[in-house]
Write a protein that binds this ligand. Structure first.
Ligand code: 5RP
Length: 220
């Protein structure tokens, strides 16, 4: 089973959570791309619309003829499906490898159920091996870097990348995140931070992993 097979299998299992007639939240990344393609294939004409976490996913959804609406128009959502860069066993996540963390966190916050889909390499004991993405207002980059260093991290600017919100990303290496809720709170308090890609206050509700044998899932 290749990593892509595992991603596709996890994405396929998430289709079972989609209710006909609903408006759903859709995340970003290669695993979610499988989900979008399967959604178009298996639920054609059955969902009302999607709220998307990135321009890239919006384009893919529209390409399949799925309506994309603004979150303000949709109000609350029943379901959000998205990938992750790392998950621990409490379903606290590192996200933002694709740079869409801020909109992802907004859509996750607006959703009753967050189903995370990934291949099984993403499940870890302790978060932090994957560099933690932090979206920053460009003029505050130096200020935020200093504060992140004080927390024990080694921030590196994601070169040549601008977020959909016109900001920059610092990828923070070398963190061993033993208390994700505390770390998220501390980084949120740094002036100039738009969003940190740590989803600990609002973890996933269900994690579907593609494995060698098919899929396995963890529920909180
Ligand atoms: C984008 C994300 C993605 O969900 C995360 O990077 C996982 O991506 P992939 O499914 O390609 O492994 O957070 O900002």
């Amino acid at each position: 089973m290749t990593p892509d097979d595992k991603k596709r299998n996890a994405a396929e299992a998430a289709i079972d959570y989609v209710k006909p007639g609903s408006t759903i939240g859709v995340g970003t990344g290669s695993t979610v791309n499988y989900f979008i393609d399967l959604l178009a294939d298996k639920m054609a004409g059955k969902i009302t619309a999607a709220v998307s976490s990135s321009e890239a996913s919006s384009e893919r959804l529209r390409g399949h003829g799925i309506a994309v609406i603004d979150l303000n128009e949709a109000g609350g959502l029943d379901l959000y499906v998205d990938g992750a860069d790392e998950s621990n066993h409490q379903l606290q996540l590192i996200k933002g490898g694709g740079g869409a963390l801020t909109r992802e966190k907004i859509v996750a916050a607006a959703s009753a159920v967050f189903v995370c889909i990934a291949d099984d390499s993403k499940l870890v004991e302790t978060l932090g091996t994957f560099p933690l993405p932090v979206e920053v207002i460009p003029m505050a980059r130096g200020l935020v870097s200093g504060a992140l260093q004080a927390l024990g991290g080694e921030p590196r600017l994601r070169e040549g990348f601008t977020t959909d919100n016109g900001n920059q990303i610092l990828d923070v290496h070398g963190l061993r995140i033993n208390d994700p809720v505390d770390m998220e709170t501390r980084i949120n308090q740094i002036t100039g931070v738009v969003c940190v890609g740590l989803f600990a206050h609002r973890p996933a509700d269900v994690l579907i992993l593609g494995t060698e044998d098919g899929i396995s899932s963890i529920q909180t």
